[in-house]
Design a protein around this ligand. Structure first.
Ligand code: AMP
Ligand code: MG
Length: 407
């Protein structure tokens, strides 16, 4: 008995225990999204670098505005980017714009909406509220002090990290090489996607969907030619795949006469860490370490391949790519209508998560089982039916596994 959570933990532990530090490469900021930082990024200056006005209005001395209705003399204006050097004295203020530096002497910004000018007089302004020191500006250095670590190694770079790097002037920096993931489909029934299949043949969709999944989680896919169901050819392809950081094999892990992946892996002296997980689809999923490389044998039914990739391969791509393994992003939603499963396994059912009236609601889709790609594509997630609770009532809060990049 192995739950998917425990299987995932096994993958993470085994990948970490390989202690592989990926090679480092220097890249440009514009190519950085999805990459994993290999260096610290220190603040090059204080952030913000000056007391930064957060509102359009008037920079005032709070001491002058302890009562509403103070009339102050306007001694100038400071726009964002302007170099304003005059000091604000008693009874004085400066008109200020968002993003400008609060001039010396002032210690608060009053929103323009809370001020008024009388009779077209631009020399004075009435402050209609009490101003507290520190109001409406972000003090210099309050976000980061010069030298503070803004980003650490192993962080995956998304839009916020890009903004931090841009702000700190990092045009080039070091990232880890993406985990290189060999993708090997197996099956004598498979033909290239550009080919016209004969009646009993099918196109190799797993080769394509696995490449997409590898890309979506930040790995570098290396597609190998499909291996027919022959021990010798499979062995040759597996040996080739072991050159990369990770090897994924699709198909050939069930109990059929031509399911040869496990025997070939054993023959190559792989250490099989699991070969059955309590899930459907995907029960016969294999995870092994072979010649120091993590190897996944994913069941070939397309939905099984997709689910087992998401559950088990994703964290391996993280670890071998120098990143922290991401958590499984399970969401909570209300179940639209009752679901019942028989087999005592965790079930992953194609479903749609939507927010009618703002409440997350998940609806399962009728499907023909794990070969039914079209239904998976109509969904945006999988409903997770826990192994310990196979009967879920309508209106219950349930777990949902979003589809990567879709939800
Ligand atoms: P297997 O895991 O090899 O027993 O395959 C299970 C089912 O998935 C069979 O119907 C296969 O034809 C199908 N299948 C296996 N590999 C692929 C693939 N690469 N693309 C599409 N279907 C596949
Ligand atoms: Mg097969």
């Amino acid at each position: 008995m192995l739950s998917f959570q425990d299987a995932r933990t096994k993958v993470i532990e085994a990948c970490r225990s390989l202690r592989r530090v990926p090679p480092v490469e220097t890249i440009e900021l514009k190519n950085a999204v999805g990459r994993v930082l290999a260096q610290e990024i220190p603040a090059d200056r204080e952030y913000p670098p000056f007391d930064r006005a957060a509102r359009d209005g008037f920079a005032v001395r709070s001491a002058d505005c302890q009562k509403a209705g103070a009339t102050l003399r306007v001694i100038g204006e400071v726009a964002a980017g302007a170099d304003f050097r005059r000091r604000v004295g008693a009874g004085e203020c400066v008109q200020i714009m968002t993003g400008a530096a609060v001039p010396e002497g002032a210690d608060a910004v009053v929103m323009v909406e809370q001020t008024r000018t009388e009779g077209g007089d631009r020399q004075t302004v009435v402050i209609e509220r009490v101003a507290d020191a520190g109001m409406n500006f972000t003090p210099r250095g309050s976000e980061a002090r010069k030298g503070d670590v803004l980003l650490s190694p192993s962080v995956r770079i998304g839009e916020a990290e890009i903004a931090v790097l841009a702000q700190a002037g990092c045009t080039h920096f070091d990232v880890y090489r993406k985990a290189r993931v060999a993708i090997l489909s197996t099956g004598s029934e498979l033909v290239e996607i550009g080919a016209r299949p004969r009646e009993f043949q099918i196109r190799n969709s797993n080769g394509a969907s696995l490449a997409a999944q590898v890309e979506l989680v930040g790995g570098e896919g290396v597609s190998l030619a499909n291996a027919p169901d022959s021990e010798n050819e499979l062995r040759r392809s597996i040996v080739k795949g072991l050159r990369e950081d990770i090897l994924i094999i699709s198909g050939g892990v069930s109990a059929g006469k031509y399911d040869l992946v496990e025997p070939v892996l054993r023959d190559l002296e792989a250490e099989i860490l699991f070969d059955v997980v309590d899930i459907r689809p995907g029960r016969p999923a294999v995870f092994a370490i072979c010649q120091g490389k993590p190897v996944f044998g994913l069941p070939g039914n397309p939905a099984s391949t997709m689910v087992t990739f998401e559950l088990f391969v994703t964290p391996a791509v993280d670890v071998l790519g120098g990143a922290e393994p991401r958590a499984l992003p399970l969401l909570k939603a209300k179940l639209a209508s009752a679901v019942e499963q028989r087999a005592a396994l965790a079930h992953f059912l194609p479903a749609r998560l939507e927010w009618p009236e703002g409440e997350p609601t998940v609806t399962t889709l009728p499907w023909q089982g794990s070969g039914d790609i079209a239904t998976v594509a109509r969904g945006n997630c999988f409903l997770v039916v826990p192994q310990t609770k196979l009967k879920l009532a309508a209106g219950e809060w349930v777990d949902v596994l979003p589809r990567q990049g879709i939800l």
